[in-house]
Design a protein around this ligand. Structure first.
Ligand code: TUI
Length: 314
């Protein structure tokens, strides 16, 4: 059995979060992960307030286990979503792409456990002071919006900077990466990319096939020019966008190019216009499995590795 303080704090069996992926992480995936003993997370960046509200109700109907909602702080309707999760007393809120301190009092009063994603130890300290229950230290190996630090360098520095639990994200795939995250001082992990090919993950066939075919060097970071770097699979869209960033096209036109590209990938499976967000571990994702199989396999491997760790000592 895995022994992590995170399980006691959140009431989960395995110290694993499924990342809140915009347009992807819905009630069905979140409930499957929570039912399997991890923490399933619904992305609040997937639709309007009524849609998010419906997804929270759907998750409550599908599982009586804890689940979370991820709020992308750069996204639309953040105030409204912040209110909604408090009203609905969602068990856990994770945040991304900003500092959630101003919502902390509202969420804590509602009994919500708040776990911000942070890309640096300074922001980790800030959210700890504001009352965060744990932090997710996400390295730039992850898919989607990325910071500069790698998971390997970020996690131990965040662990030294704060005394709340640290969850490692970015580049986590199997028992090897979970054991490594524990050794860096983390007491849990968050995975996004590996769940893209879960049976319960409702994305286009083209998206799943691209992930299944990817290799280690298949991702690219675009968006640096506008200050929002994003990791995705190399594709006609990402190559064209990357070229445009280094051309004399205006910032407005560049921004225009990306509009609708996430939906085009997730919903339409549009090979030309789609932006297929994915992390650097895509090269290892070569099977479709249930969320339960994924989680049980990861922690069986983690146990085997940790039990064998004595081989490094004479
Ligand atoms: O948020 C993510 N990953 C995402 S969000 C997303 S949706 C999107 N759509 C179109 C373009 C761009 C994104 C796709 N992937 N991960 C969590 C994360 N948060 N990574 C980095 C951060 C972060 C960055 C800065 C957290 C806090 C932060 O604070 C800056 C400050 O001081 O306010």
């Amino acid at each position: 059995m895995i022994n992590s303080q995170l399980c006691g704090i959140l009431g989960i069996k395995y110290p694993l979060f499924q990342g809140g992926m915009a347009h992807i992480s819905d009630a069905k995936l979140a409930a499957a992960v929570s039912e399997a003993g991890g923490l399933g997370i619904i992305s609040a960046a997937s639709g309007n307030i009524d849609y998010i509200s419906g997804q929270i109700d759907a998750a409550k109907a599908l599982t009586d286990k804890p689940f979370g909602v991820n709020i992308m702080l750069m996204g639309a309707n953040v105030e409204e979503i912040a209110e909604l999760v408090a009203e609905k007393k969602v068990p856990v809120v994770t945040t991304g792409a900003g500092n959630p301190s101003k919502y902390m009092e509202k969420w804590k009063t509602a009994g919500i456990k708040v776990v911000p994603v942070i890309p640096s130890s300074s922001l980790a300290k800030m959210v700890e002071r504001a009352g965060a229950d744990a932090v997710i230290a996400e390295g730039g190996e992850s898919g989607g919006h990325v910071g500069d630090m790698t998971t390997m360098a970020l996690v131990p520095q965040v662990c030294d900077a704060v005394s709340i639990p640290v969850i490692a994200a970015g580049g986590i795939y199997d028992g090897r990466s979970v054991a490594a995250a524990f050794m860096l001082g983390a007491c849990g992990v968050q995975l996004g990319t590996r769940f893209l090919t879960a049976f319960e993950c409702n994305i286009s066939r083209a998206y799943k096939d691209r992930i299944l075919k990817a290799k280690d060097t298949s991702t690219i970071v675009t968006g640096k020019r506008l200050g929002h770097p994003v990791r995705s699979l190399k594709s006609p869209f990402s190559r064209e966008y990357f070229k445009a960033e280094y051309s004399d096209i205006s910032d407005e036109d560049l921004e225009q190019m990306a509009i609708g590209s996430l939906r085009a990938a997730v919903v339409d499976g549009d090979e030309k216009k789609g932006c297929f967000l994915a992390g650097q571990i895509s090269g290892m994702v070569n099977r479709e499995q249930s969320s339960k199989e994924i989680i049980e396999e990861i922690f069986a491997e983690t146990e085997t590795i940790l039990k064998g760790a004595g081989r490094w000592l004479k």
